[in-house]
Design a protein around this ligand. Structure first.
Ligand SMILES: [Zn+2]
Length: 339
């Protein structure tokens, strides 16, 4: 018994029509079964080959095999396309899942401390001023009565960017920049980052935060300085705190003092944080040296003023009871999340 050779062109057209209609993986699978399944169209053609007359069988067989390969390739391509479309048009989303709580960030303890310091001084009539991190040696040293042979200017103490250009070693240059632009009265604080060549240890890091304070007017006295620092300490740490002033020397103030707060951790009885003294050193202060006023064109016969510095990191450490300054700069979230 012999059979007519199958019309392969007609079969291919039919297969292509079927393939053209599938736009989902499910329809594609149905078409695959219709074409290549056990009772599929192409499978049927292959099965019929054995019943063809021997003289046409090799040629038709070859064509039929090529057709099957083309169909298989077309199916594979279609499968790739429909799965990509599915990703775009039907994203998997389970509406019954509980919502995700957004992760809330918070301010770094140093930022929190700066905000608090700013709030307290604003309440006492101070404005917040800013200055550049990269300074000239004029603003960082000369204008602050720190001459060229002063040890603070040594290469081992200061990061120089270029000749005469450096990373500021304190926030005091902001005083000069403000006084150059403004006539008295001037009442500012200037919080910001400073840099020194320090080897990191529990109380030193090469970059740290300071706040500068400056008040210039007629008849400003040491009493005003002591009053403002004491009011600040009480506002920040509560009414029990004591403040003491010790004579010191700074090139840009005369007279100069260092000031300490009574230790909040042991309340003055002595602990490792205060090195058993009951006092924690905060920073330096003093009455602005007349040489500094001359550098900015203020008349020292008319105006007087005080300036003070404050280690923001140290205040943050006391406030949050942190015993190693390096923890503030390691950005370890396990540590920072506590504050
Ligand atoms: Zn103590």
């Amino acid at each position: 018994m012999t059979t007519q050779p199958p019309d392969l062109k007609e079969i291919e057209k039919e297969a292509q029509d079927l393939l053209g209609e599938c736009d989902t993986p499910r329809k594609l699978e149905e078409v695959r079964v219709k074409l290549l399944g056990r009772k599929g169209l192409i499978t049927g053609v292959m099965r019929e080959l054995g019943r063809l007359p021997a003289e046409v069988r090799p040629a038709v067989g070859k064509e039929a095999n090529l057709l099957r390969e083309r169909i298989e390739a077309a199916l594979a391509e279609k499968k790739r396309l429909t799965s990509e479309e599915k990703e775009v048009s039907e994203p998997l989303f389970d509406y019954t899942l509980p919502g995700r709580t957004p992760w809330l960030g918070r301010s770094h303890p140093i930022t929190q401390t700066i905000i608090e310091i700013e709030d307290i001084f604003r309440g006492m009539g101070f404005e917040v001023a800013e200055g550049p991190h990269i300074e000239t040696d004029y603003y960082n040293f000369d204008a602050l009565n720190t001459p060229e042979d002063h040890p603070a200017r040594d290469l081992s103490d200061t990061f120089y960017v270029d000749k005469g250009i450096l990373l500021r070693t304190h926030t005091s240059p902001v005083q000069i920049r403000v006084m150059e632009k403004k006539s008295p009265p001037v009442r500012i604080i200037a919080p910001g980052l400073c840099f020194r060549r320090d080897t990191p240890d529990a109380s030193h890091v090469p970059n740290f935060f300071q706040t500068e304070g400056l008040y210039v007017d007629r008849e400003v006295s040491v009493t005003d300085l002591k009053g403002v620092i004491t009011a600040f300490a009480r506002e920040l740490f509560g009414p029990k705190i004591k403040v003491r002033f010790r004579p010191h020397f700074f090139p840009f103030t005369e007279p100069s003092v260092e000031y300490d707060f009574s230790c909040m951790i042991c309340e003055g009885s002595g602990c490792p944080v205060c090195k058993r003294t009951g006092w924690v050193e905060i920073s330096g202060a003093g009455m602005v040296d007349p040489e500094v006023f001359k550098a900015v064109g203020y008349d020292p016969e008319i105006y007087t003023g005080y300036a003070f510095g404050m280690g923001v990191d140290r205040i943050a450490m006391i406030k949050y009871r942190i015993n190693d300054i390096r923890l503030l700069y390691e950005n370890d979230l396990r540590f920072l999340r506590q504050f």
